[in-house]
Design a protein around this ligand. Structure first.
Ligand code: HBI
Ligand code: FE
Length: 284
């Protein structure tokens, strides 16, 4: 099985996939659940069955608990509006169908309003182990369970609000790295050891064990400035993972006004994805 490449966000080198012809001004579309083919539902089930085996002892407890509460969706692509009843009760979030990647501003606005954009299309058979852009499996299996955790759900909304402000300050690149190294590829330290909460890892057949067990990547204690300076890879497993102590720590990191932070960041050089800095506190 080839290396699963992480779904990248917005840097795809080819035209966007998906049907953007019938989208609303906020980039949402009807999920049109009835139009998925039996083959697509069956492909979903194979992706789900393969990935769920990697969850025990690797995904954080908050993710695993929520995923177990969604096990009715193992058999086929979920109907987002069915999930919304349960998700709304849990954290007030709503899943909205989108044709694929949407512009940063639209994406941030959805998050700021506790709406999570879920790509409608599912990858092709030939992409089972490798996919360039987020599909419904990455978005749903990777991201949705974490939206059931109240603290993480609040962080995601705070991130969206921050994104809307960052747009005006020309600071999107730094914020995109924060998203990448937490929401997509974040690790959390627990009493039982390191666990995964990042969606790009959780939806990847190869990166779950790589992120937790491989001796190659560096595992560095989360530091906001260090994360914002760090370039990232979009076509291989990550070379650095950042480790938080709790979701509260992540949420607290978004509390200060970032304007001063961005001014400070302008004076700091970006660092390569595999950099080792003197101030790095390595996490075993
Ligand atoms: N659009 N549908 C979708 N899903 C994403 O995860 C997404 C996006 N647009 C932009 C984006 N992510 C990234 O730029 C984030 O870092 C903001
Ligand atoms: Fe994602």
């Amino acid at each position: 099985m080839g290396a699963e490449r992480p779904a990248n966000h917005g840097q795809s080198t080819h035209g966007l996939r998906g049907d953007y012809s019938r989208m609303r001004p906020d980039y949402t579309i009807e999920q049109d659940h009835g139009s998925y083919s039996a083959a697509e539902h069956e492909r979903w089930r194979r992706l789900y069955d393969r990935q769920i085996g990697l969850v025990p002892g690797r995904a954080c407890a908050e993710y695993e608990r929520a995923l177990r509460s969604l096990d009715e969706y193992e058999a086929g692509i979920p109907r987002f509006e069915d999930v919304n009843a349960k998700l709304g009760r849990a954290t007030g979030w709503t899943l909205v169908a989108v044709p694929g990647l949407v512009p940063d501003l639209a994406f941030f606005d959805h998050l700021a309003n506790r709406r999570f954009p879920v790509t409608r299309w599912i990858r092709e058979e030939s992409e089972l182990d490798y996919i360039v852009e987020p599909d419904v499996f990455h978005d749903f299996f990777g991201h949705v369970p974490m939206l059931f955790d109240p603290v993480f759900a609040d962080f995601m909304q705070a991130y969206g609000r921050g994104g809307l402000k960052a747009e005006g300050l020309g600071a999107l690149a730094w914020l995109a790295r924060l998203y990448w190294y937490t929401v997509e590829f974040g690790l959390v330290r627990t009493a039982a050891g390191l666990r995964v909460y990042g969606a790009g890892i959780l939806s990847s057949p190869g990166e779950v064990d790589h992120s937790l067990r491989s001796p190659r990547p560096r595992r560095v204690a989360f530091d906001l400035r260090r994360v914002m300076r760090s370039l990232y890879r979009i076509d291989t497993f990550q070379e650095t993972y950042f480790v938080i102590e709790s979701f509260a720590q992540l949420f607290d990191a978004t509390r200060p006004d970032f304007t001063a932070l961005y001014a400070e960041m302008r004076g700091l050089a970006d660092v390569p994805a595999d950099a080792a800095l003197p101030g790095d506190r390595l996490v075993a």
